[in-house]
Design a protein around this ligand. Structure first.
Ligand code: BMA
Length: 807
């Protein structure tokens, strides 16, 4: 008896649009089906977004047929399994309703055998309008619960639906009220006993060994044979009449799982078989602790893996595409590999998106990316009515049970910014007590459910949060918990304001840029190549975004000469902002144990805080992140009386390292040169060089400081860093650099007659470069490799930008 795969082609139709009947591929969404059929224009192009809103304002249904043979029909049950059903849907088999769904985060499993017949069967899913249901729910509320309508959402009361909150638009997101089914859909015949799920617990012993307890949930039938294997070890047990059977494996010398940069990621295969069904997982063995103990500053926020303190470095993750049909394996791999390639070790799955697909967590396990997992609540307030809680609790149980065996998950967090949101809305500002109690009622249930489902991990009420039941201002208090520091972007502070705080863990801080010219070519008609054109404005969802970028130019830079140079300079500016923060906070280690910037990716082509564009192209920030997140990094730090160079070692190993510092004039004259060497301990942060202000401050406008870290084996420069004594570069006499570029195969050799800054390579095709957005010194050519398979585009469209040519 084998399962029946219901993925693939279905038929899409709508009662309001009788002429539409087009194929739709599952898993997938209706907008993608309509686009493929030529019934809508690409919503990501130009100003098309507004033309496709009718799709979300219609009801939709999908159907297909499937065959059931005699053998399958003889099964004791025929389970329909489906997940990520978006959102208000009725499922019918041969015209009879078998399931009603109202929560896109639930995982459904229902026996449809009573409705199935031999031969041809019909399955149909009818989707109701989410916007209509949201309004109806709002009318039933005992008191109003404000949502982020207007600032993020373009559809009212999204907060009352258990649907990805950013489907209704966000301050980086298109409003596409998609519907469909986004996980695999299948029919599983059950012979005698249903294998429900498998979960593991790790019990660490004093001698360093670990006992892995495997619990198998199944139908309550005794004496069924269960076969288990963990790594090389095998066991057979017989099922327990209560429906939960357990086995333990003792691993004497476990190979430990580490976050990227701290060690390897061995994964032990686990397989459980029962009555012809099988569940397989891969388990990383690691001891995980969140140290949030009180200390002399406030309280720590430090993840410890296998007893070792980790500096979490990474970014925030949003859904990878506003059209879920585009969630391909290649796309997930490309983004997560790019995260690791930029030396990240943690990703925060943000609460306005979705609990990610299994593929995401499998890749994070493989790559060593720890996951800060939010529950799916963001920026709005949420009800605590019985009805709402009754919808949320089973969602959490489904998701935690699905996800808890992934070693990468470091923390369960209750929501994104909902504590903060208590201070945003007139209703909650006017009645703080009522709305705070309302918050706590729901948050408490979330916390309790998390603790019941996964006692091995910590529950953190909200991001940001100063600690348990602490409703303090986690946007500004830097002495405890995690913080979201938005003063520089949203409040117009200067980059140097990043140096005024010493966060324990900064889980959000961001700075926007415009897309690159290469990206612009893909979604902006040439007539709209202007930052205030209709296309550009409709792809900027943060109301003051374009003004903030432009105004910041005027503080630091000479105003860019053209549209193209504006795009380039916006990415320079973004890179400087985030580098300033990360470099400083890194030099505060161990006070600061986490920095996750906002945001890694985009879900459509847009102006945003991302470091990777929708197409996968690295922005300048991502190249900088690769350096400032490197396990061994050399941050400059200005103190009261000196400029210092630090060596920060975020790893478990000791290193003997060497490097060089230059003080150089804008013309390229060496004003000072110092070699340094240092022995660094594991997890260390030390000063390796410093120069009194007395020696340079009166000529601060003469030039810049440049540092190199040499590769320990080859002795060649492996990493560079540049520091400008006067960050307002508009006022200094940077010389125009003549940069020569030679392409030979996939190698690009760059050299310059003058110091050149933010030298950035771009071309119209795919792929990236081994390095970009760097400083190029005269007489020191730099060879960059193109990593991609579009050499033709590289040769035809390679552009090399630098700061001196931006104005
Ligand atoms: C944060 C996030 C998002 C938002 C971003 C930029 O706080 O949680 O809600 O997109 O700010 O404004």
């Amino acid at each position: 008896m084998s399962l029946i795969d219901l993925n693939g082609e279905w038929q899409l139709s709508s009662p309001q649009h009788p002429h539409i009947s087009v194929p739709m591929t599952l898993p997938g969404d209706n907008h993608s089906a309509l686009l493929a059929a030529g019934l809508i224009e690409d919503p990501y192009y130009g100003t098309n977004e507004k033309n496709v809103q009718w799709v979300g304002e219609s009801e939709w249904q999908i159907s297909r047929s499937f065959m059931v043979d005699e053998q399958t029909l003889s099964a004791s049950a025929l389970d329909l399994k489906l997940g990520r059903v978006d959102t208000l849907a009725k499922v019918l088999i041969n015209g009879q309703e078998v399931l009603e769904c109202s929560n896109m985060f639930r995982l459904y499993r229902v026996d449809i055998k009573p409705f199935a017949k031999l031969g041809d069967n019909q399955i149909e899913v009818r989707f109701a309008r989410a916007d209509v249901e949201a309004k109806a729910r709002a009318e039933r509320l005992p008191f109003p619960i404000p949502s982020s309508m207007g600032s993020n959402n373009q559809i009212p009361h999204m907060n009352l639906l258990r649907k990805t909150q950013c489907h209704a638009g966000w301050d980086w997101g298109i409003c596409l009220m998609v519907s469909g089914i986004y996980d695999a859909i299948e029919l599983v015949p059950v012979r005698e006993c249903r294998l429900e799920r498998v979960s593991t617990e790790q019990f660490w012993q004093r001698d360093g060994s670990v006992v892995v307890k495997v619990s198998v949930q199944h139908d309550p039938i005794a004496e069924q044979l269960i076969e288990l294997s963990f790594g090389e070890l095998k066991q057979q047990i017989s099922s327990d009449a209560n429906g939960c059977s357990c086995a333990s494996f003792h691993i004497e010398q476990p190979e430990l799982w580490w976050p990227a940069g701290y060690g390897e990621q061995p994964l032990y295969p686990l397989t459980v078989s029962l009555d012809g069904q099988q569940i397989s997982k891969r388990i990383g063995l690691r001891k995980l602790v969140l140290n949030d103990a009180e200390d002399s500053i406030g309280s720590a926020m430090e993840f410890q893996l296998n007893g070792f303190p980790i500096t979490a470095k990474g970014a925030n993750w949003i859904p990878i595409d506003a059209r879920p049909s585009n969630e391909s394996e290649a796309h997930y791999r490309q983004l997560l590999q790019s995260a690791v390639d930029a030396n990240m070790n943690m990703i925060r799955v943000w609460g306005g998106g979705q609990y990610e697909s299994d593929l995401f967590y499998q890749l994070c396990d493989e790559l060593g990316l720890m996951v800060w997992q939010d529950m799916m609540f963001a920026c709005s307030l949420y009800p605590s009515t019985d009805e709402f809680i009754a919808d949320v609790v089973p969602e959490l149980r489904d998701q935690i049970r699905r996800l808890r065996d992934y070693s990468c998950i470091a923390l369960w967090c209750g929501d994104n910014e909902v504590i903060g949101a208590l201070n945003w809305y007139p209703e909650s500002k006017a009645d703080k007590v009522k709305y705070t109690v309302n918050y706590d009622r729901l948050n408490r249930v979330i916390g309790q459910t998390v603790r019941e489902e996964d006692p091995s991990r910590r529950f953190w009420a909200s991001s940001p949060c100063n600690g348990d039941l602490d409703y303090g201002d986690a946007w500004h208090e830097d002495n405890r918990g995690d913080m979201h520091f938005w003063d520089v972007w949203h409040s117009g502070a200067s980059f140097k304001d990043y140096l005024k705080i010493q966060p324990r863990f900064c889980s959000e801080f961001g700075y926007q840029s415009w897309p690159s010219l290469a990206e612009v070519k893909r979604f902006v008609p040439e007539s709209d190549w202007n930052v205030t054109s209709p296309t550009f404005e409709s792809h900027q969802k943060n109301a003051s975004g374009n003004s903030i970028i432009t105004e910041m130019f005027t503080r630091y830079f000479r105003f860019p000469a053209s549209f193209e140079q504006m795009l380039y300079l916006s990415q320079v500016q973004q890179a400087i902002a985030i580098k300033t923060a990360c470099e400083y906070w890194r030099s505060q280690s161990p006070t600061c144990r986490g920095m996750l910037y906002w945001q890694l990716n985009d879900n459509w082509p847009v102006s945003s805080w991302s470091s990777i564009e929708y197409s996968g192209r690295w922005k300048q920030l991502h190249y900088h992140a690769k350096r400032f997140f490197a396990p061994q990094y050399i941050p400059f730090q200005e103190t009261e009386d000196a400029i210092t160079l630090r060596l920060s070692n975020n790893s478990r190993s000791t290193h003997a390292l060497k490097g060089r510092v230059y003080w150089m004039s804008w013309q390229g004259e060496v004003l000072g040169q110092w070699d340094w060497q240092a022995q660094t301990e594991a997890d260390a942060n030390q000063v390796v060089w410093s120069l009194d202000k007395g020696q340079w401050q009166s000529h601060a406008d003469t030039g810049f400081f440049f540092a190199e870290l040499f590769d320990a084996d080859s002795g060649v420069a492996a990493l560079q860093n540049t520091w400008f004594p006067i960050p307002e570069l508009k006022g200094v006499a940077i010389e125009k650099a003549n940069i020569s570029v030679g392409i030979k195969g996939d190698s690009i050799v760059l050299s310059s007659d003058k110091p050149a800054f933010f030298v950035h390579l771009e071309h119209d095709g795919d792929g990236r470069f081994s390095d970009s957005s760097f400083t190029l010194l005269p007489g020191q050519p730099n060879t960059v490799r193109y990593l991609g398979d579009d050499l033709g585009s590289l040769q035809q469209s390679l552009r090399v930008y630098d700061l001196s040519h931006s104005y």
